[in-house]
Design a protein around this ligand. Sequence first.
Ligand code: FES
Length: 80
Amino acid sequence: MCVNRCICTNLTFRELIDRSQRESLDFEALRVRTGAGGECTMCAPYIRAALRTGRDSFPVLNESELDALTDSQAPDRRSE
Ligand code: FES
């Protein structure tokens, strides 16, 4: 089982990464424009990690694993 989308909006992490890059949107701006991460909020840590790392699919992670992923030294792909 993998996590690759916001279920509430049915937007994939790939779509969100692409839109973030295309429109220079950070997580909060993306949330406001798309609703992804702003409904039930369960996908929010995954979206943050996707934007941070460029990954569009994740295993189901516990909270500490998500924290480690979003706090990692991985470059923010929007600035590349
Ligand atoms: S799964 Fe993304 S806001 Fe609910």
